[in-house]
Design a binder for this molecule. Structure first.
Ligand SMILES: [Zn+2]
Length: 331
């Protein structure tokens, strides 16, 4: 793949009018380069912008904005090309004059984020000068954490773990669905490549997804979200007798949060990737135990406590082997 600064050599000799015409080509080339590069996410983002060919020109300014991040990465790789990078910076600066204000990247909230980041970097460097050297190395997380997207539930913070300890997947209601390609990919990568020995499924009390899942909306409810919440409604159906016996609405909610974690943990076992890894590690002379192990937990944000659910995962699996096993057990 060609280097972006190389592509931009000589941009300085163009007139401003030519630059305006160049912008479309410029952005399209960025797109091609990015799509063929390891910057897959950027390629995807730019690709989305270019789906409609007629929108290419209109979206050029947006693309230029997105390009700035790409330029930063490229700059790190080609430290010696100072003159080229200076030209790129100049080129982008001139183009930004024409950008709408909201695309200029300045927003009070974002300023706070960037300021907070700098303060955090300073604090961590003061505490441990080797911290970022370690963090910049390879990841070796011990846990795959599957939790709710709720803003109050910060996995690293509530588990008291340092950066790099968790591989994380979050969604509304900490659902483990075997039709969710995102989740399946995360699980596959964590189990087969990162070899995490533990998977934590973590729910939390006062969960909006769980509350919504037993609501009886008469007007279509939450719309699209309702399709997702059906998976938690299924949990309520499976355990309806226990739940119906609980009169206090808050106690019923808290119990459903726990039952949801239990069922989503069991859903992990229904995924072939997990079953195969557990069988292989059980037969492996070095490990001789079924890994990864699955743990169900619930976080109580009102007091900050993380509870481990008294769930016998092994027993649950044994009882369901006849239904869900995809691989022949050695016994
Ligand atoms: Zn939640």
């Amino acid at each position: 793949m060609g280097c972006l600064p190389t592509f931009l050599r000589g941009q300085g000799k163009h007139t401003h009018r030519e630059r305006r015409l160049d912008k479309t080509m410029f952005a399209s080339s960025i797109h091609q380069l990015a799509c063929g590069s390891r910057f897959g996410a950027l390629g995807w983002a730019l690709g989305r912008v270019s789906v409609n060919a007629t929108a290419v020109v209109a979206c050029t300014d947006v693309r230029l904005k997105q390009y700035r991040g790409f330029h930063g990465s490229c700059k790190r790789q080609h430290k010696d090309d100072a003159d080229v990078h200076a030209k790129v910076a100049e080129y982008l600066k001139e183009d930004e004059k024409d950008l709408p204000k909201e695309l200029m990247g300045s927003h009070p909230d974002l300023e706070d984020v960037l300021k907070g980041n700098k303060e955090w970097v300073k604090k961590m460097n003061d505490l441990d000068p080797e911290f970022f050297k370690r963090l910049g190395g390879k990841q070796h997380p011990r846990y795959l954490y599957i939790g709710c997207s709720d803003a109050r539930v910060d996995p690293l913070q509530l588990m008291g773990l340092p950066q790099g300890s968790l591989f994380v997947h979050r969604n509304v209601g900490n659902v483990v669905s075997n039709t969710d390609l995102n989740l399946l990919t995360v699980v596959d990568f964590a189990v087969n490549f990162l070899k995490v020995p533990h998977i934590v499924v973590c729910g939390h009390y006062d969960c909006g997804a769980v509350r919504g899942s037993i609501a009886q909306p008469q007007d279509g409810g939450l719309g699209l979200v309702e399709n997702w919440l059906t998976r938690i409604r299924d949990v309520a159906r499976l355990h309806r007798h226990e739940l119906m016996a609980i009169e206090d609405p808050e106690a019923k909610h808290r119990r459903l949060v726990e039952l949801n974690v239990t069922e989503q943990s069991l859903n992990l076992y229904k995924i072939g990737t997990v079953q195969k890894a557990r069988l292989d590690s059980y037969q492996n002379k070095d490990t001789q135990m079924a890994l990864p192990r699955v743990h169900g937990m619930v976080f109580d944000a009102s007091v900050g406590i993380l509870h481990k659910l008294p769930m016998d995962f092994k027993k649950e699996i044994e009882e369901n082997r006849a239904i869900y096993d995809m691989y022949k057990s050695p016994k």
